[in-house]
Write a protein that binds this ligand. Structure first.
Ligand code: SAM
Length: 270
């Protein structure tokens, strides 16, 4: 019998197959990043070793797409899908502030923080118009490393491209190395924390809005439905739920919400 390859050899062979089948240049990523993502796919697909996962990948074509998605899992940007943020800014958050003195938002699956800080910019500016009101944004992710970056709040100039020059001027400080740091008044509106949407209880109850965008695309239908039930229970009366633009509510859970803006995937709790 040929000797079983060591885990390291098995990992290198797996990387070569990924390069070929998934057209992903593993060498362009930090090795630890690729390894963490593969280990995460191994847990989901219940494969015990790199060698087993390698066989699984070769024999399950759908896994190639899932792995590709897993490798781009942290992709995000400020004002991603700007039209969604325009509706939040012009309709949804003003509606909440006109009804409540303190509002609580949850940005679930916040990655490196851009979505949470985009919401913070909107909230900060609207609070100037509602001086008696206040608000807080819980922002959570399963990935502790990405949360460190989110809390630091330092971004490359290129990642600010969806923002106006006025937003950049008022909410960021330009650092000597040319990067931009989110100012303390925005940071103080956001509480980052580690949270697994598959297993953990909601970060709070009676929430006014939950955004969970471009996160559940990797979840099974039943996990997505379970999570939608959890979000529904965590929202207060007539709270809002925002999914990603390419996501949809499954048949079993769509009755829990009424669409406010179907195109922007903004729903109101029934
Ligand atoms: C593509 S990013 C989306 C970021 C942002 N919401 C957006 O739309 O730009 C997906 C994020 O979901 C996080 N995520 C994946 N599975 C998760 C889970 N079970 N619990 C919490 N976060 C999760 C990932 O770590 C990643 O940062």
């Amino acid at each position: 019998m040929p000797p079983t390859p060591s885990e390291e050899e098995a990992f290198l062979a797996l990387e070569q197959t990924i390069e070929r089948l998934a057209d992903i240049r593993c060498s362009c990523y930090k090795p630890d990043y690729i390894r963490r993502r593969i280990l995460s796919r191994m847990r989901v697909t219940r494969q015990e070793s790199f060698c087993q996962y390698h066989d699984f990948l070769r024999t399950h074509p759908a896994e190639i797409d899932d792995l590709k998605n897993a490798l781009t899992i942290n992709v995000t940007s400020f004002y991603r899908d700007p039209e969604v943020f325009r509706v939040l800014e012009n309709e949804v958050i003003p509606d909440l502030l006109s009804r409540k003195r303190r509002i609580h938002l949850w940005c679930a699956g916040c990655s490196s923080g851009e979505e949470a800080y985009s919401l913070a910019m909107i909230l900060y500016d609207l609070l100037l118009l509602y001086p008696d009101a206040s608000g807080l944004i819980y922002a959570s992710d399963i990935d502790e490393e990405i949360l460190v970056r989110a809390k630091t709040g330092i971004y490359e100039e290129k990642s600010l491209e969806n923002l106006t020059s006025s937003q950049i001027r008022r909410h960021f400080t330009r650092l000597e190395n040319g990067r931009f740091e989110v100012q303390p008044h925005l940071k103080s509106l956001v509480r980052f924390r580690k949270h697994d949407l598959m297993t953990d209880a909601p970060v709070a109850r009676f929430l006014d809005m939950i955004t969970c965008r471009n996160v559940t695309i990797y979840f099974t239908e039943s996990q997505k439905n379970d999570l939608t039930h959890v979000f529904h229970a965590a929202l207060g009366s007539e709270g809002f739920y925002v999914t990603g633009k390419t996501e949809y509510l499954g048949r079993e859970v769509e009755k829990l919400f009424s669409p406010l803006h179907l195109g922007e995937k903004i729903y109101r709790k029934k």
